[in-house]
Design a protein around this ligand. Structure first.
Ligand SMILES: Nc1ncnc2c1ncn2[C@@H]1O[C@H](COP(=O)(O)OP(=O)(O)OP(=O)(O)O)[C@@H](O)[C@H]1O
Length: 268
């Protein structure tokens, strides 16, 4: 849920129900005349235990928002919190630890290690952190994702959908406060994509996880509880309990605005 930019206060650490918060989040790339304002004073609260989708035209700032919320990118101005930890201002080492311990990631290109089997890929982040996974939770994640009979397979021996399920299990295994999924269905056929979305939905509903997903696909966004629409680096709209049709209609309005701008440009 976004709030008007005018409400900035210097310090607004979030309450319990908020997994991540940004206030006045601004990100500029480049300098001088070539500056691109990728995020323009964004205020956003990501509700805990919910599935939030981020949509918007190409270049509207979706990935930048996700990267800044996840501490993968520095901000130009504003504040970001993960839970009650303000991450803006943390040193790279602290950010690395925070990402490792408190955030799960899923990417379009699964990012699995080809020489490790599914089970090893799932527990890799915890192994690197020198931590033992909670066996009961690990079992639950593996069963929820239907990976029990695939654990000894290497990524090349798995379908795209199965590989993304392994990536999903890897993101879930440490019970992160937040899972960021960047186009998780982008490389999958529609059936495998639907399967992965259903698992993300289950992770929220049955395992109590919090998921933020960037997507271009209105059908994918329809699996979320709330869609945030970005336009030119600002949150311009949001939609609760989205349907694919309603999201598609909303996205078409960006095209109309863009068309009008192009028409005006053409008249000059
Ligand atoms: N490293 C960078 N250097 C310069 N400009 C950048 C960089 N990363 C992003 N941008 C610019 O910032 C703006 C927002 O980019 P971003 O990738 O966040 O958009 P997006 O909505 O995720 O786009 P897409 O849907 O195409 O992935 C764009 O104008 C982009 O060109």
């Amino acid at each position: 849920m976004s709030t008007p930019a005018a409400e900035h206060a210097p310090d607004q650490a979030p309450a319990d129900g908020v997994a991540a918060r940004a206030r006045g989040l601004t990100k500029a790339y480049g300098s001088g005349e070539t500056t691109v304002l990728a995020l323009d004073s964004v205020d956003v609260d990501i509700a805990r235990g919910r599935f939030t989708a981020v949509m918007g035209p190409s270049g509207s700032g979706k990935s930048t928002l996700m990267h800044c919320l996840a501490g993968l990118d520095t901000v130009s101005a504003g504040q970001v919190w993960l839970g009650d930890t303000e991450i803006t201002g943390l040193k790279e080492r602290e950010l690395t630890r925070l990402r490792r311990d408190r955030i799960g990631f899923m990417f379009q290109s699964f990012n699995l290690i080809p020489t490790l089997n599914a089970a090893e890929n799932i527990t890799l982040p915890m192994d690197i952190a020198g931590k033992k996974p909670d066996e009961k939770w690990l079992d639950q994640v593996i069963d929820t994702l239907g990976l029990r009979d695939r654990l000894k397979h290497r990524p090349a021996e798995l379908s795209g959908g199965q590989q993304q399920r392994v990536a999903c299990a890897r993101a879930l295994v440490s019970r992160p406060e937040l899972i960021f999924a960047d186009e998780p269905t982008g490389n999958l056929d529609s059936r495998a994509g639907l399967e992965v979305l259903a698992f993300l939905r289950q992770a929220v509903d049955e395992l109590g996880q919090t998921v933020v997903m960037v997507t271009h696909d209105p059908g994918a966004a329809a699996h979320s509880d709330l869609v945030l629409f970005l336009g030119d680096g600002r949150i311009v709209d949001e939609m609760e309990r989205p349907t694919a049709e309603a999201v598609l209609e909303r996205m078409k309005r960006f095209d109309v605005i863009r068309g009008q701008v192009e028409d005006t440009d053409g008249q000059e």
